[in-house]
Write a protein that binds this ligand. Structure first.
Ligand code: CO8
Length: 258
């Protein structure tokens, strides 16, 4: 499918989605978020795809929701359309693993999009922030909830109330990103990590993703029960036998998603 605000490329079981509105630092407008949701759903449904990487440009992952698109909107416009809610729901319902590979600015909705992914690999040039407060608004795509869970209340509150940016080193120290790599190697590293995930049993990968995400939605005891039941269920798969046999026979496993 041809898109105008993103580029997609699938190789070696990994779909790379590049946000591509360079003139607006990849600001998220309805068209881009709609295309992103469509591309992610297509990758999720495509049996050839086993992991997804979302990235932007060297200068910006995404500098926020598109301020031009939002500037004329009223409360009624936002509330009645439930602005961007459908796209966000689609993105967070994707079952295959999604890595955000962030270089440059990940601000406002851009930071929130990165946090909707399963984990973030940052370039040393990355800058994260929730600067909506400078526009007389606040985060609206999960920033108050997800950033707080990633970095704790103190830092999240400071970022939301002052609009200050966090650099890559602070983001790694605070647990917002899984690791920091040189900017020139960002996409290569992210594709490499996605490639490693793509080699695993997809059933086990999806179950692990689902269980980690469940920790955000439930109590510890319910989460532990959910984890245990998912763990038990994996013993009904051929991939469990294959993974354990391969270990004992000192060979690489051949997972078949069965
Ligand atoms: N929206 C639209 N256009 C943008 C955006 C944006 N968020 N960010 C940058 N651009 C455009 C600029 O207008 C400029 O366009 P032009 O050349 O036509 O003037 C072009 O991108 C380049 O930007 P700059 O010249 O400003 O580049 P600088 O390197 O000087 O500065 C910054 C880079 C610091 C990133 C600066 O562009 C900036 O501050 N951008 C805005 C950041 C921001 O405030 N983001 C939050 C937006 S609000 C939001 O994300 C809400 C999300 C919740 C949605 C909820 C739905 C329910």
């Amino acid at each position: 499918m041809a898109y105008s605000t993103i580029k997609t490329d699938t190789k070696n079981s990994v779909t790379l989605i590049r946000l591509d509105r360079p003139d607006a630092l990849n600001a998220l407008n309805s068209e881009l978020l709609g295309e992103l949701a469509t591309a992610l759903s297509a990758a999720d449904a495509d049996p050839k795809v086993r992991a997804i990487v979302i990235t932007g440009s060297e200068k910006a992952f995404a500098a926020g929701a598109d301020i031009k698109e939002m500037s004329e909107k009223t409360f009624a416009d936002m509330a009645l359309s439930d602005f961007f809610a459908a796209e966000a729901n689609t993105i967070t319902a994707i079952r295959k693993p999604i890595i955000a590979a962030v270089a440059g600015y990940a601000l406002g909705g851009g930071c929130e999009l990165a946090m909707m992914c399963d984990f973030i690999i940052a370039a040393d040039t990355a800058k994260f922030g929730q600067p909506e407060i400078n526009l007389g608004i606040m985060a609206g795509l999960g920033g108050t909830q997800r950033l707080t869970r990633f970095v704790g209340k103190s830092k999240a509150m400071e970022m939301h109330l002052t609009g200050r940016f966090m650099d890559a080193a602070e983001a790694e120290r605070s647990g917002l990103v899984s690791r920091v790599v040189p900017a020139a190697k960002l996409v290569e590293e992210a594709l490499d990590v996605a490639g490693k995930i793509a080699e695993k049993s997809q059933i086990a990968v999806m179950a692990a993703k689902e269980a980690v995400n469940r920790s955000y939605e439930t109590t510890m005891s319910e989460g532990l029960l959910f984890e245990r039941r998912s763990f038990h269920a994996l013993f009904a798969t051929d991939d469990q036998s294959e993974g354990m046999d391969a270990f004992l026979e000192k060979r690489a496993p051949q997972f078949r998603d069965k």
